[in-house]
Design a protein around this ligand. Sequence first.
Ligand code: NAP
Length: 135
Amino acid sequence: MGMNPSLDRLAREQPIAWGILGTGNVAQLFASDLARVPDARFLAIGSRSKERARIFGQKFSVPNQHGSYRELANDPRVQAVYIATPASAHKENILLCLNSGKARSRGGHHFGSPKKGISDGGHVDSLCAINGQSP
Ligand SMILES: NC(=O)c1ccc[n+]([C@@H]2O[C@H](COP(=O)([O-])OP(=O)(O)OC[C@H]3O[C@@H](n4cnc5c(N)ncnc54)[C@H](OP(=O)(O)O)[C@@H]3O)[C@@H](O)[C@H]2O)c1
């Protein structure tokens, strides 16, 4: 997919199973783009509202619709998470995923988030440390 070398490596073996946190504008853009990527599967949507997850899931034919971010973070089928929430929520959302207990299964969860949010050096260092990676 060209975003991340470890995702590229995983995708050569099988399509990456993606989850998206949040159901706003950027989530919709990312979901539309995912549908055009052959080595990606949009497997799960997570929203603070079960109803928004259901509506979004129906629109993009997402098989797993979670009514909380924690449920998505704990979904063992999800390999990569795209954080599509406001920047102020990114650190909390990423920590939730990393601390879900599933973060390092099958090569680890991987994270994407739009623009800033985790661009602060200290945040990136601590998040990488939690995930057992070098920044
Ligand atoms: N819009 C753009 O063109 C654009 C471009 C580049 C980057 N970005 C960045 O992408 C991120 C999301 O932007 P967006 O335009 O998609 O925003 P948005 O339409 O408001 O959607 C954000 C989503 O995040 C979830 N969320 C979690 N905590 C929230 C809170 N406290 N307040 C509001 N929503 C919350 C909501 O989903 P649930 O209610 O379903 O949980 C909401 O639908 C931002 O960091 C923004 O800077 C946006």
